[in-house]
Design a protein around this ligand. Structure first.
Ligand SMILES: [Fe+2]
Length: 252
């Protein structure tokens, strides 16, 4: 039977690989140029602007004990008040702080929406919705794990090396705090999901491997729109780590 420690080990490994990647060190070391920083911010925006919709899918698929944890996570994503803004609003501040114009931001929003449309239109090699929602959940928790460890250092680098204003970095600062809790709760949610949906160990391992294989494939290039690197697979830790331009440099 899969244990919380086994899942934690997988996420720790993925987060460590991310933190050790050439592109991450390049960014944190202050060596990225202005275009690379914009590319990175753009990828963060695209993968997270509609995060509440993604968490909502996870919530919808788990009417069980751990649903209350997902509900709290979802309410945080959607924003409860002026003092606790939606996370999407914090990403708008991030984009403005990184120098994107209002017109460019409208383009980012359109691309983020398009990414969901593309994801929904892709054929998936999974037999039922319960496997698909599990893959989405695993990816979401993986992100939270990575953010709990890396978003603080990323915020510090964007402030110290690339002179982004502090008010623009709230999204990173918030995720370095709340995702420490979310990451631990995520393990509970995954275990509850496996139990509720009667997922076998072999099926779980197959889905985990498929997710990792998808994350290792390079993002497909979209040549028809203004977007330079819309990923067709579900956004992953590695995709956030590897904005196209930085990735090309890292593999030279
Ligand atoms: Fe968030």
């Amino acid at each position: 039977m899969i244990t919380a420690q086994q899942i934690r080990d997988v996420y720790e490994k993925a987060s460590s690989e991310f933190a050790g990647s050439a592109s991450y060190r390049h960014l944190l070391g202050g060596q990225a140029d202005a275009d690379e920083v914009r590319d990175f911010i753009r990828n963060v925006f695209l993968t997270h602007y509609l995060s509440s919709h993604i968490v909502a899918l996870c919530f919808a698929s788990l009417p069980s004990d751990a649903a209350s944890l997902l509900k709290e996570n979802l309410l945080e994503e959607m924003g409860r008040s002026e003092a606790e803004k939606p996370h999407s609003a914090l990403l708008l501040e991030l984009a403005r702080g990184a120098g994107f114009s209002e017109q460019e931001i409208q383009g980012l929003i359109a691309d983020a929406r398009q990414q969901v449309a593309i994801f929904c239109a892709v054929r998936v090699p999974l037999p039922t919705l319960r496997e698909l929602c599990l893959a989405v959940l695993l990816e979401t928790v993986s992100f939270e794990f990575m953010l709990s460890r890396c978003s603080g250092p990323i915020a510090a680098a964007l402030l110290g090396h690339y002179a982004l204003p502090k008010r623009a970095l709230q999204w990173f600062e918030l995720h370095s705090e709340v995702d420490i809790r979310h990451a631990e709760e995520g393990l509970q949610v995954v275990l509850d999901y496996l139990n509720f949906h009667q997922i076998t160990d072999s099926s779980f391992e197959h889905i985990l491997d498929s997710s990792h294989d998808a994350a290792r494939r390079p993002p497909r290039q979209d040549t028809s729109s203004r977007s330079r690197s819309i990923s067709f697979e579900f956004p992953s830790v590695k995709r956030l780590a590897m904005p196209s331009k930085v990735a090309r440099k890292a593999t030279r």
